[in-house]
Write a protein of this length. Structure first.
Length: 573
């Protein structure tokens, strides 16, 4: 016989294997987490840059519209160069009004200028953020453009005027200048006012690589050299900063963000150290854990196996008497002892139940073949023969033979509802010859329910009870049978309802049948209903599947709920 390994050795081996796998998994998770954090940081930074860039582009686009509005007064702009003093005077008045209105509607524009070099007419509208010194610096800058024939800027560019950088859009022709200026610092103030950039540095970079504006935590000047503007994501030369850049205005400008690598991964380092410490502690407890497994688990399991083997050999009086250190195994021991006692009890109850089932089956068979049933059948045939009702006799005998053949099949068999309906229709046909036009019946059964299995003669017993107690030659009795599928307790059941318009059940029968504990009377009264309920109790292990009642106006009502599965084995289909 092959020697088996010790449980302790197995436990130690698997703990060491688990620890090794945990280390490998830690490395993989750590690197993956770093990658995820880096990518999330880059994505978040790109979204932030996009917000800032979109804001700048919107402001510059609105400023373009302001310039176009001003250009609509081109006639007055050209009139500024007129030799007639009155002409260029009134043109200047109208243009100043246009400039003031445009600047008022777009307060993002810091300075809006119209200058005519020939007449030296300088018209401007400034925002309140521009002081006098800045106004003079812008004025000199514009005059230099007109007088020195500086190349005009038909697209936005960043220019330095005095001590400030401006976004400038300049149109110059024949010593006439139309220009719009927006301080770069206005945009960077919005960046600085953003609360989540405290550990980051944002820079607005001109097309020549110079820094036009910045916000956030200052970085070393050496990082500004050799910026890789052609890459969206890069690292600084010393690998201490992650740089994310995004171009705009056809790559005329770039917005860059510098993020310290330490800020990205700094929080994860503490978690990493904690995980490694936990792994070291877990390795230190391997020996202690192995000892506990041996004393606290292996020995109790051995005792349980010994007890189970004893029970398998038929020693039902065997009990575990050892006391263990673990309350869990004490509970398992107590549960095991209780389970053995319950098994012994159930075996006794099962044996008694089998005896009751056999007695009920015998009683059931004897109760089906009733002498008065055949006596009444023979009397009916004899009477119809004197009346020369030969066709009725043949029909009666045919229906009787079907009923007798079906009855002799009884013995706790289950049949489909379809078969039971076919039987009771034959029974109705036979009884109609005995009670002509005294009974009207209607059966409504769902197609799905017709294949449901029910105890044989279940419906027959109730219909026979109707003819015995409710049918009269002086009154038409209506019987309605409805069979449908429904839900009960989360399971599918067949719900059978039988109603009539007769006199209903006596109160004594209602009390006896609807009680959970039914005993058969020695007198034999109600034996059919007792037999049905007892049969259902044996088959389904439930006492709540049959309910009888009386309708409020007139008649009786029977309700039956039949589950799909039965618990009784043996002679079952």
């Amino acid at each position: 016989m092959k020697k088996k390994n010790s449980l302790i050795n197995r436990v130690i081996f698997y703990i060491i294997l688990f620890t090794a796998l945990l280390l490998i998994l830690l490395i993989i998770v750590w690197e993956h987490s770093r990658s995820v954090m880096k990518n999330n940081t880059i994505d978040a930074t790109k979204r932030t840059l996009s917000i800032f860039i979109n804001n700048m582009e919107n402001v510059l686009a609105n400023s373009d519209r302001s310039l176009r509005i001003t250009m609509n007064s081109s006639e007055d702009i050209y009139s500024l160069g007129s030799d007639k003093e009155a002409t260029h005077y009134y043109a200047a008045v109208r243009l100043r009004e246009v400039l003031d209105n445009v600047q008022l509607n777009n307060q993002n524009v810091d300075v809006l200028v119209i200058y005519n070099g020939e007449q030296d007419i300088y018209l401007s509208a400034e925002s309140t953020k521009i002081n006098y010194k800045n106004k003079i610096a812008v004025k000199e800058f514009v005059k230099n453009i007109a007088n020195d024939n500086v190349k005009e800027a038909y697209s936005w560019e960043i220019v330095k005027i005095g001590s400030y950088n401006y976004f400038a859009r300049i149109f110059e022709k024949e010593h006439q200048v139309l220009a719009s200026f927006i301080k770069v610092d206005n945009f960077m103030k919005e960046v600085r006012n953003t609360k989540y950039i405290s550990n980051q540095y944002y820079a607005l970079i001109n097309n020549d690589g110079s820094i036009a504006g910045s916000a956030g935590q200052k970085v070393p000047d050496s990082l500004m050299e050799r910026l890789p503007l052609d890459k969206e994501v890069s690292y600084s030369m010393d690998k201490k900063y992650l740089i994310v850049t995004m171009p705009f205005f056809d790559e005329a400008f770039h917005m860059a963000c510098f993020i310290r690598v330490q800020d990205i991964y700094g929080k994860m380092q503490f978690i990493q150290y904690c995980i490694f410490a936990l792994i070291i502690l877990s390795i230190a407890f391997i020996v202690k854990f192995a000892y506990y497994v041996n004393q606290g688990i292996f020995h109790p399991i051995k005792d349980l196996l010994k007890a189970m083997n004893a029970v398998e050999q038929g020693e039902y009086d065997y009990r575990i008497s050892n006391q263990y250190k673990s309350k869990e195994f004490d509970k398992v021991t107590n549960s095991f002892n209780s389970m053995i006692e319950e098994i012994v009890k159930l075996k006794i109850e099962t044996y008694e139940e089998k005896i009751q089932l056999q007695e009920a089956e015998l009683r059931y068979v004897h109760l089906q073949i009733k002498p008065h049933f055949f006596l009444n059948a023979m009397t009916t045939i004899h009477s119809m023969s004197y009346q020369n009702r030969n066709e009725d006799i043949r029909a009666y005998i045919d229906a009787l033979s079907k009923n007798v053949r079906y009855i002799f099949r009884a013995g706790l068999y289950t049949v489909t509802i379809k078969e039971e309906i076919s039987h009771i229709e034959d029974y109705f046909q036979m009884q109609n010859l005995l009670y002509p036009d005294c009974v009207f019946y209607y059966i409504d059964a769902e197609e799905e329910a017709k294949e449901w299995k029910i105890p044989q003669l279940l419906l027959h017993t109730f219909i026979e009870n109707e003819f015995k107690h409710a049918v009269s030659l002086n009154k038409l009795l209506s019987i309605f049978i409805r069979i449908q599928m429904t839900e009960q307790g989360g399971r599918r059941v067949a719900h059978i309802t039988i109603e009539d318009d007769g006199t209903g059940f006596p109160d004594t029968i209602l009390d006896e049948i609807n009680t959970d504990y039914l005993t058969m009377k020695k007198s034999g009264h109600g034996v059919g209903l007792w037999n049905v309920k007892k049969t259902m109790e044996l088959l389904y292990k439930r006492t709540d599947l049959l309910k009888i009642s009386n309708n409020e106006i007139q008649g009786a009502k029977i309700e039956i709920w039949l589950p799909e599965e039965t618990f009784t084995e043996g002679r079952m289909q």
